[in-house]
Ligand binder design. Structure first.
Ligand code: COA
Length: 260
């Protein structure tokens, strides 16, 4: 039996596309799907053939329309905390992955779907994408990191408004707020993500991973981001790719990076 019942995985030219595949439920994240996302992102960490990843949703309507409300309805205060913590752990793995991960938001990105997109390093949205954290409609709050990441991405006032009103916003507004990096037509969505990833994966992989670490350090209260940056800069300078990159510039040729 396949490891994945709710995801489709496709590896092409070093890019792993992970498609949440529950289109009849607008790709809502049930517990099994979150467990499968953990396995898929672990594959991105571990498989040297994978150089970057894209998360997207099956069908034309939704990226992910949230956590599965049928399952949420059964939660009690006993198991709800570990439910949230398990999701937070998986989304934190995405955020801290040292290979680039892009969300290709192809429709509704609500609740856990918006949280999944925000855990990725960047977001490209199709024109029909809709974003929101509508948990208060259910007597809930975001539980997979949304209160933190939405505030980090769009600032306190707008994050408060979106989470308290449960309003949905379209792709253009999401871009104006800094929630998404690019807005394209549905047809261009995956090719835009691949274009960005192709640019990133042509650079030195160690340096890319250290950029991700350093930017994440901004949001880690226990970390001195400047110290992390200085240490990471020094780490780069002891790498073979640094020697290659600087020599290639001086010799007026293209560098060939090896990730060493
Ligand atoms: N969890 C479980 N099932 C969901 C779901 C979710 N988060 N979102 C959608 N679905 C299911 C619907 O129950 C429906 O299933 P059914 O055909 O078996 O009845 C199917 O997906 C299609 O959804 P539907 O509501 O009929 O589509 P729509 O186009 O009328 O509305 C939305 C789309 C996104 C506005 C609406 O589905 C919605 O509000 N979803 C919940 C969003 C949410 O609150 N997310 C946060 C959860 S914490």
């Amino acid at each position: 039996m396949s490891l994945y019942e709710n995801l489709l995985l496709q590896l092409d030219n070093g890019i792993l596309t992970i498609t949440i595949n529950r289109a009849d439920k607008l790709n809502a994240l049930n517990i099994d799907t979150v467990r499968e996302i953990k396995a898929a992102i672990q594959q991105v960490y571990d498989d040297p053939a994978v150089r970057g990843a894209i998360f997207t949703g099956a069908g034309e309507k939704a990226f992910v329309a949230g956590a599965d409300i049928a399952e949420i309805a059964e939660l009690s205060d006993v198991n709800a905390r570990s439910f949230a913590e398990r999701g937070q752990e998986v989304f934190s793995m995405i955020e801290h992955c040292t290979k680039p991960v892009i969300a290709a938001v192809n429709g509704f990105a609500l609740g856990g779907g918006c949280e999944l997109a925000m855990a990725c390093h960047m977001r490209v949205a199709s024109e029909n994408a809709r974003f929101g954290q509508p948990e208060v409609n259910l007597g809930l709050i975001p539980g997979y990191g949304g209160t933190q990441r939405l505030t980090q991405l769009i600032g306190k006032g707008k994050a408060m408004e979106l989470m308290m009103t449960a309003d949905m916003i379209g792709a253009a507004e999401a871009k104006a707020l800094g929630l998404v990096n690019h807005v394209v037509t549905p047809e261009e969505l995956l090719s835009k993500c691949l274009e960005i990833l192709s640019k990133i994966t042509s650079k030195a992989p160690l340096a890319i991973g250290l950029v991700i670490d350093c930017v994440n350090a901004v949001y880690d209260k226990d970390e001195d981001g400047y110290q992390t940056e200085a240490n990471s800069f020094a780490r780069c300078c002891s790498s073979q790719d640094f020697v290659e990159g600087t020599n290639a510039f001086l010799e007026k040729r293209k560098p060939v990076f090896k990730g060493l």
